[in-house]
Design a protein around this ligand. Structure first.
Ligand code: ZN
Length: 277
C-alpha cells in the first residue's frame, strides 16, 4: 500500500513516460545521412568560459531518416545545397561544405523524396534547415517557442522556413514533448536553451535499443561531458537544465546518445546506406 501522494506521483510519472507497445509495434528503422562539414577555427565560439583557447575543430553535420511502419520522417535537413563542393578551407571558403544532397541520398535508398511526410527540425539554425525546401509536401514539426522567435521582425533564420511560416506548408508547432506517432517509438524531447524551442529526438529501435539524437543540446563530446555552452545560446539556465535532463534519460533508458555535430558520435550508428533497426 502506498501513501496517496506517492500513488499520485507514480501515476503522473507513468503518464509522462512514452508508452511502448512492443507486441504489435510497427518496425522502425533509422539511417544517418551526411548533411555537411563545418570548420571551426576558434573553438571558443562554443564556450562562454573560454575553455578552448587556441583550439580549432571540425564538426560534422548530420541528418536522419526514420521509417515508422510505412511512413518516412526526416530529422533535420542540414546545410544548404549552395554549399555543395565548396572548399572547406583557404580561398573562396565559407568554412563549410556539403558533398551530397539529401535528395541524392534518399535516391540511393530508393526512397522517393515525395514520400517524406514528416520533417522534425531540432531548432531554427541554418545548418539544420538548409535543404527543407526539397520537401514541401511534408508536415513540419518545430518547437512552438522557435516558431514564436522566428515570427519576430526580420529574424535572420526565418527565410529558410518561409514556406511553412508564411506559405501553404503544413506547420505543426510542438509544445513540450511530442510523441510523433502516438506509440512512444519516436518522441521529440523538449530541450530548450540553445534556442527557445529546441528539441532532441528519442527513437526506440527493436534491436538497437533507444537512440537519443541531440539536436544541438551539445556540439561535441568534450563540451557535453563538461556542461560547456556557447555564449550565443538563448538561455544559459535552460541549456544546463536540458543537459541534465538528457544525461538522466541516457542513463535511465541506456540510450545511445548521438551528438549530431560530433564525428565520433554519429559513428555509433551504422554507416550509410545501412540502417539501425
Ligand atoms: Zn547545429
Amino acid at each position: 500500500m502506498l501513501a496517496r501522494p506517492v500513488v499520485l506521483a507514480l501515476s503522473v510519472m507513468i503518464a509522462l513516460v512514452p508508452q511502448v507497445h512492443v507486441g504489435n509495434a510497427p518496425p522502425v528503422k533509422l539511417w544517418r545521412l551526411d548533411c555537411g562539414v563545418i570548420q571551426v577555427d576558434d573553438l571558443n565560439e562554443f564556450s562562454d568560459t573560454y575553455a578552448y583557447t587556441g583550439r580549432s575543430k571540425r564538426l560534422t553535420v548530420s541528418c536522419y531518416l526514420i521509417k515508422h511502419g510505412g511512413e518516412y520522417m526526416l530529422w533535420d535537413t542540414g546545410l544548404p545545397k549552395r554549399d555543395l563542393s565548396l572548399p572547406l578551407q583557404g580561398k573562396d571558403s565559407k568554412g563549410e561544405t556539403l558533398s551530397v544532397s539529401l535528395v541524392d541520398q534518399l535516391g540511393q535508398l530508393a526512397v522517393d523524396p515525395k514520400k517524406i511526410t514528416l520533417i522534425g527540425i531540432s531548432h531554427y539554425h541554418y545548418d539544420h534547415t538548409g535543404q527543407v525546401d526539397d520537401f514541401h509536401q511534408a508536415r513540419l514539426l518545430l518547437g512552438h517557442h522557435d516558431v514564436q522567435g522566428l515570427r519576430a521582425p526580420d529574424h535572420p533564420e526565418a527565410k529558410a522556413l518561409a514556406y511553412w511560416l508564411n506559405g501553404p506548408g503544413k506547420l505543426d508547432e510542438v509544445v513540450g514533448d511530442r510523441d510523433v506517432f502516438g506509440d512512444g517509438l519516436v518522441v521529440m524531447l523538449d530541450l530548450p536553451g540553445h534556442t527557445p524551442g529546441h528539441h532532441g529526438l528519442l527513437v526506440k529501435l527493436s534491436k538497437f535499443g533507444y537512440v537519443l539524437l541531440s539536436g544541438d543540446v551539445a556540439h561535441f563530446r568534450e563540451n557535453y561531458d563538461s556542461d560547456g555552452l556557447p555564449g550565443w545560446n538563448t538561455d544559459r539556465a535552460q541549456s544546463l537544465a536540458s543537459l541534465e535532463r538528457v544525461k538522466k534519460i541516457v542513463r535511465n533508458l541506456q540510450a545511445t546518445f548521438v551528438i549530431q555535430h560530433e564525428v565520433e558520435d554519429i559513428e555509433k550508428l551504422p554507416k550509410f546506406p545501412d540502417a539501425a533497426e
